[in-house]
Design a binder for this molecule. Structure first.
Ligand code: ADP
Ligand code: AMP
Length: 216
């Protein structure tokens, strides 16, 4: 199964991606996670991406597209994958489309987690993430069980540098201008599914399973 997750920053893509990836046994490919890993390892890619990310801007298309194409050719992607945070521009969506065509493959669906912008600020400023395994929490809606420690690996959870009020506002602008058009892009190809992302985390997952054709 090949799936693209769509939705504004803070919609719950990363949260749901972990469950989808487990349920359907497909790798969760988050471009944000790949960039953050490169930043923490101080690689040339990380050094290039950091300035854009800290300011809430997108990393340039060429860099991002090449990185994703490389990743999609890894062995674990042969039976499918779940893309989280890619594509984010029409150029990226076209590049993915061409990549799939060149391999005589098809996307199964793009899944929009629909959340009105009014929900986003609280979701993102309350987000806490595990720097070791990437798990995502929320101080109010999904706190870790054990006093700021990741439930999965025990590391101290942290606030992302780009989850401040100022940067979130910038990221929302970027979303509206550059990423939102992808909803129409996939709709016109008959490849858009929509789930209500305003419900509780487990309810959203139920909605996703329904769309993807399996009960949770
Ligand atoms: P994205 O990957 O789309 O940017 P995340 O999955 O990191 O979003 O979720 C953003 C924040 O909102 C996190 O703190 C997460 O715990 C929280 N969250 C995710 N889904 C829900 C939900 N359905 N209800 C309330 N909070 C949620
Ligand atoms: P995310 O973890 O998906 O919220 O992404 C965090 C940041 O990484 C974004 O604000 C961008 O700066 C960068 N990023 C992630 N995915 C992409 C992408 N597909 N294209 C460009 N920049 C990206």
């Amino acid at each position: 199964m090949k799936i693209v997750l769509l939705g504004p920053p803070g919609a719950g893509k990363g949260t749901q991606a972990k469950s989808i990836s487990n349920r359907y046994s497909i790798p969760h490919i988050s471009t944000g996670d790949i960039f953050r890993k490169n930043i923490s390892e101080n690689t040339p890619l990380g050094i290039e991406a950091k300035g854009y990310m800290d300011n809430g801007q997108l990393v340039p298309d060429e860099v991002t597209i090449n990185m994703v194409k490389d990743r999609l050719q890894d062995e674990d992607c042969t039976s499918g994958y779940l893309l989280d945070g890619f594509p984010r521009t029409v150029a990226q969506a076209n590049a993915l489309n061409e990549f799939l065509i060149s391999r005589e493959e098809q996307l199964d669906t793009s899944l929009l987690i629909e959340v009105p912008i009014g929900f986003i600020l609280e979701r993102m400023t309350g987000r806490r993430v595990c720097p070791s395994c990437g798990a995502s929490y929320h101080i109010k809606f999904n706190p870790p069980n054990n006093d700021g420690k990741c439930d999965l690996c025990g590391s101290e959870v942290i606030q992302r540098k780009d989850d401040t009020v100022e940067t979130v506002k910038e990221r929302l602008d970027v979303y509206e201008n550059q990423t939102q058009p992808l909803i129409e892009f996939y709709k016109s190809k008959n490849l858009l599914s929509v789930v209500d992302g305003t419900k509780a985390i487990n309810e959203v997952f139920k909605g996703i399973c329904k769309v993807l054709g399996s009960n949770d």
